[in-house]
Ligand binder design. Structure first.
Ligand SMILES: *Cc1c(COP(=O)(O)O)cnc(C)c1O
Length: 621
């Protein structure tokens, strides 16, 4: 792997230029340059970079692809889309999203009261809002308030109880109103088909959500009885996230399409839309042969349009408007997490660590010769010799014939020989070599929290593409495992022989080395947890002006220590006083020292939890 699988996951959003990875847009700045510009302003921890142009790209691709499919089939219904807020509710994302999607009449989907408030205040009037998930009377009342504001809002009924509440709330809001205004009504159906993959639970009979056909008929009668039929306009389903295969979607479309047609024929004249939920997959894979989806967006759009047309035609009803609620597809690519490598843990296996003597035991001399004369032709043979010598030398140490320095030289030389052989024999990729890689894997300590920034890696083993920001003109040779800075051994992305990651050999006391984690824009931010009290990293929005120059905007620093504790409902005022008191009352320090300590303390309290550096060398500079 030389270009870190860029052609598989990057969708041309990033390119490698000389030795750096660059944004493939406008003036094509490198991520390294952007990172350094932010760090120069004093932000040293991990950074979350947002790229609104990538949100725009996803939205326009989605709309254009469906438009193309509609034209091809001469489809009569419209195509509309909303963004499901649960995928990313952060203001810097949502505000960018609304800004770049203006031309598309793009709306928001809410699944909770707080999300609904975001939708009600951020969606332009007229653009669709859909409301899913379990709802109580207050939440349904909020939907009525939204409708009365002039919002184009659809409440999806997830169960019969909710429908009863809607009828009740409708009475409260409209019985004495000058002009009754009611949200549109959607019904979520419980499919007998379900998705596949780790997120498939949202569809199928055992799903948490949706009405069975019996309930659907009952709902229809209730809606009719309460004169709300003209509001019933959407059929909704969602078969799960990150659909790797298109087959389950096709089944679900047939099922939903037929339900739509049946209800229409029964008399639901206002029914006019099918909402196919989300689920469009993102290609996270960095490795050939391990890709995560088997369809293109055009195939997806064609299938949806074609199947809806087929069903409408055969049942003699109008072609429905098509709604999607894809979130992962829209948001994943927009953000990149950049984190500095703090240290490599096996630096001791460096040539400079050797302590060769005037005279060394013969086997060590031989190891040294093997290392110096290693060539592609002899690599395998020398490697075997070296491993054999190591066994002998370790035995000699146990028996007291060689000393600790000899043993250290042995370990270093053998490690160097393994490393060099693996490199020379890379093209062979035999099992023996793969196993040896485990032995020489390098641990990269990286200034971030996997719990905070990659929770789906922690919880579901979801992979995210990882690429260093520099040195991309050099072949990376270290089989790498990545350690985060939490005190939890689960905060490790271990070296995986089937999905190997190689990084460069670097000396972080001499040069900076950053890793970028891509496709982190969907779900990771709000699912991220504050394990060890590492919080959401410092974030910035990267925009481009007409001349193509990039700008760093809306910078939000990671929370400082006291704010983090305040969030946990500590009485931080009291803590502050206690700390101050303990310094002031301490018996062993002078007045001057106290003042100095207080100054330092307050500086540290104003900073965030992430590490600044652990290399003493920076301090000296
Ligand atoms: C989560 C969810 C979505 C978004 O799914 P993605 O896989 O992110 O596209 C859409 N609709 C509903 C109802 C959801 O619950």
């Amino acid at each position: 792997m030389n270009n870190f699988g860029l052609e598989i996951w990057s969708d041309d959003n990033f390119i490698i230029h000389n030795d750096t990875i660059n944004v493939n847009y406008a003036s094509k700045p490198s991520l390294l340059q952007i990172t350094q510009e932010i760090r120069e302003r004093g932000y040293k921890g991990p950074l979350l970079l947002r790229f609104p142009h990538l949100i725009e790209k996803q939205i326009s691709t989605l709309f254009n692809t469906f438009e193309k499919a509609k034209q091809e089939f001469n489809y009569q219904g419209s195509f509309q889309a909303v963004f499901p807020l649960k995928v990313n509710q952060f203001p810097n994302f949502v505000e960018s999203l609304m800004e770049v999607s203006k031309a598309y009449h793009y709306g928001l989907e809410a699944g909770s009261k707080a999300e609904l408030i975001i939708a009600m205040s951020k969606t332009p009037l007229g653009a669709p809002i859909t409301v899913n998930g379990f709802k109580d009377k207050e939440m349904i009342s909020l939907c009525f308030i939204a409708a009365k504001m002039g919002h184009n809002i659809t409440v999806t009924i997830e169960g019969l109880g909710e429908l009863e509440t809607i009828i009740q709330v409708n009475h409260t809001f409209n019985a004495s109103a000058k002009k009754p205004i009611t949200p549109k009504i959607g019904v979520r159906i419980r499919l007998h088909s379900s998705g596949i993959g780790i997120w498939a639970k949202s569809g199928g009979y055992s799903s948490k959500f949706g009405l069975t056909s019996t309930e659907l008929l009952e709902a229809y009668e209730m809606i009719k009885k309460h004169n709300l039929l003209e509001k019933l306009w959407m059929i909704h389903f969602h078969i799960g996230s990150q659909m790797s295969d298109i087959a389950p979607l096709k089944k679900a479309l047939r099922e939903a399409g037929n339900i739509y047609a049946e209800l229409k024929k029964r008399g639901a004249d206002a029914l006019g839309a099918i909402n196919i939920g989300g689920g469009l997959a993102v290609e996270y894979s960095q490795h050939e042969g391990k890709t995560e989806r088997n369809y293109s967006l055009q195939e997806f759009a064609n299938d949806v349009v074609y199947l809806m047309q087929e069903i409408a035609k055969s049942k003699g009803v109008a072609e429905p408007d098509i709604f999607t609620e894809s979130g992962r597809y829209i948001a994943a690519s927009h953000s990149v997490l950049v984190a500095p490598v703090l240290e490599l843990f096996s630096q001791e296996y460096h040539e400079k660590g050797l302590r060769l003597k005037e005279e060394n035991p013969p086997l060590i001399e031989e190891l040294h010769d093997l290392y110096r004369s290693l060539s592609p032709k002899h690599a395998r043979e020398y490697l075997h010799d070296a491993l054999d010598h190591m066994e002998s030398l370790l035995t000699l140490f146990d028996l007291g014939y060689i000393d600790l320095e000899d043993r250290s030289n042995t370990e270093i030389l053998v490690n160097l020989i393994i490393k060099k052989s693996i490199l020379l024999l890379r093209s062979e990729g035999t099992d023996e070599l793969k196993k040896l890689q485990d032995r020489i894997q390098e641990k990269y300590l990286v200034n971030f929290s996997a719990f905070q920034s990659l929770p789906d890696f922690w919880g579901l083993a979801q992979q995210f593409p990882i690429v260093p920001l520099s040195k991309l003109d050099e072949k990376p040779t270290n089989p790498a495992s990545i350690w985060d800075i939490t005190c939890d051994s689960d905060g490790e992305i271990g070296f995986n022989r089937d999905l190997p990651l190689y990084l460069h050999d670097i000396d972080v006391s001499k040069e900076e080395y950053f890793l970028a984690f891509f496709l982190t824009g969907a779900y990771q931010e709000v699912l991220g947890m504050k394990h060890n009290l590492f919080t959401h990293p410092t974030e910035a929005v990267i925009t481009f002006d007409d001349k193509g120059k990039h700008h760093i905007e809306r910078l939000i620093e990671a929370q400082n220590l006291m704010d983090v504790l305040d969030d946990l409902d500590y009485d931080t005022n009291l803590m502050d006083k206690t700390l101050k008191y303990r310094i002031e009352e301490s018996e062993h320090i002078s007045k001057e020292e106290k003042r100095e300590l207080l100054g330092k303390l307050y500086l540290y309290l104003s900073e965030n939890s992430y590490l600044k550096t652990i290399q003493a060398i920076d301090e000296r500079e």
